[in-house]
Write a protein that binds this ligand. Structure first.
Ligand code: PMP
Ligand code: GLN
Length: 425
């Protein structure tokens, strides 16, 4: 057969950092601080709920359920997020359950972005936003967070990275259809505070622009940082799709349960995409996630609530990784949220020089070198930038710290030995 010509909408979307680097990490049997997934189990109670769902004799939970979300799950999501957003949520029209947050994002772009619509993406951004804009026929417009270090501070933090309000305002044009906000942010770990979200919200209302708010790390904030939901700001509920993930919330990324919340006049269009593509999500996983939410709702705000317990454990892991990376000579940026940490590798250029005849971004070269030579996996940060800005941000790599102590021990040992060779030379 002659070469098959793919649809034009795929142009420029062929490369994918996860596809490329996940298999490389496994080939080198590297200690994996790359792809963002916990290497420990979800809470026992939700695993048991999953097993019950599939194993009870005559259980209907092995079959299809409601297309737009299993009733127990949409009910509990409406209750919980209704409270958090200060909205009276109707489980049937304000909640859509999706195959992970990925599908919620995909439905939003497919349903709402048309040929030549512009979508503002804040760099660094979770990499799938750009191809999803393209596949919908839209045009991504980029604005980088800019480094504004606070005077006299010893530790670089994700707070130092800020949007310039005037620059942001200049990106809104008559073609702008939506802006994507991801807080806590992947890969930087920045948590947008209320004032920062208010600037975005004002521009959205002024220009009648939609907001896709990716909040998959909503519970993972540290040092008393508060997560603010942009849909709860004045004028924003009616123009925002809020997106979440049980994978992140309950450390069960393989279950692929996500959701979109929003007003019916927006969600009805996401439902159209969903009903004609996915139709419905695995029932047992939805049943188990519903069980998990019911349990956590009963102890919300208490120390044993998983939404407090997980960030408490991650806080210690974050601080440990920060120390190890600093000791080896990288310059990490302390994240306020998420389970990722960027580190500046500029000081390694002499020790790990890039090949002369390659146009591969330095961070890609560095992580591949590190996987092969140090057996440690991370992700190049330039993967989270648009083409134009990639070259300015190829001196950061991203580490993931949602890992059990044994994995962090192994990473620490690699970094300790590496440090020994660096100080010796
Ligand atoms: N958004 C962000 C910011 C992410 O980091 C991820 C990766 N998990 C997703 C969306 C996709 O989430 P899910 O695994 O639930 O599809
Ligand atoms: N969200 C995860 C990360 O950022 C994994 C994404 C993926 O594997 N496609 O690491």
């Amino acid at each position: 057969m002659s070469t098959v010509v793919p649809a034009r909408r795929l142009e420029g979307t062929e490369k994918n950092v996860w596809v490329e680097l996940v298999s490389l990490a496994s080939k080198h049997q590297a200690v994996n601080l790359g792809q963002g997934f916990p290497d420990f189990s979800p809470p026992v109670a939700i695993k048991e709920a999953f097993v019950r769902a599939i194993s009870e004799e005559g259980s209907v939970l092995n079959q299809y359920t409601r297309a737009f979300g299993h009733p127990p799950l949409v009910n509990i999501l409406a209750r919980l997020f209704g409270e958090l957003l200060g909205q009276d949520l109707d489980p049937l029209s304000n909640v859509l359950v999706t195959v992970g947050a990925y599908e919620a994002l995909f439905c939003a772009f497919q349903a709402l972005i048309d040929e030549d619509d512009e979508v503002i993406l804040i760099e660094p951004f979770f990499d799938c936003y750009e191809p999803m804009v393209r596949m919908a026929g839209g045009k991504a417009v980029f604005i980088p967070l800019r480094l504004k270090p606070a005077e006299g501070k010893e530790v670089a933090t994700s707070r130092d990275w800020q949007l310039d309000p005037a620059e942001l305002s200049s990106k809104f044009t008559k073609h702008t259809k939506a802006i994507v906000v991801n807080t806590p942010n992947n890969p930087l770990g920045k948590v947008f505070d209320r004032a920062e979200l208010e600037v975005i919200a004002e521009l959205c209302t002024k220009h009648n622009v939609l907001c896709f708010s990716d909040e998959v790390y909503e519970w993972l904030v540290y040092d008393g940082t508060k997560h603010t939901r942009i849909a709860s700001l004045p004028g924003m509920w009616e123009r925002t799709v809020s997106i979440g993930s049980a994978g992140k919330t309950f450390s069960a990324t393989g279950w692929k349960v996500g959701w979109a919340l929003g007003p019916d006049h927006i969600l009805r269009h996401l439902r159209t995409v969903h009903q004609n593509s996915i139709y419905h999500c695995p029932t047992a996983a939805q049943e188990a996630v519903a069980h998990g939410f019911r349990m956590e709702l009963d102890r919300l705000g208490q120390p044993d609530c998983y939404f407090m317990q997980l960030p408490r454990e991650l806080h210690a892991k974050r601080d440990r990784l920060f120390r190890c990376l600093t000791d080896v000579g990288m310059r990490p940026i302390m994240p306020e949220g998420s389970y990722f940490m960027l580190a500046d590798i500029s000081d390694f250029r002499a020790e790990v020089p890039p090949p002369e005849d390659s146009d591969e971004p330095y961070d890609y070269f560095f992580v591949k070198w590190m996987m092969e030579n140090k057996r440690l996996a991370a992700i190049p940060a330039s993967a989270f930038y648009g083409t134009e800005h990639k070259k300015h941000f190829d001196h950061f790599i991203r580490f993931c710290f949602v890992k059990e102590e044994a994995t962090l021990d192994a990473a620490e040992e690699i970094l300790r030995r590496w440090r020994g060779t660096r100080t010796a030379s």
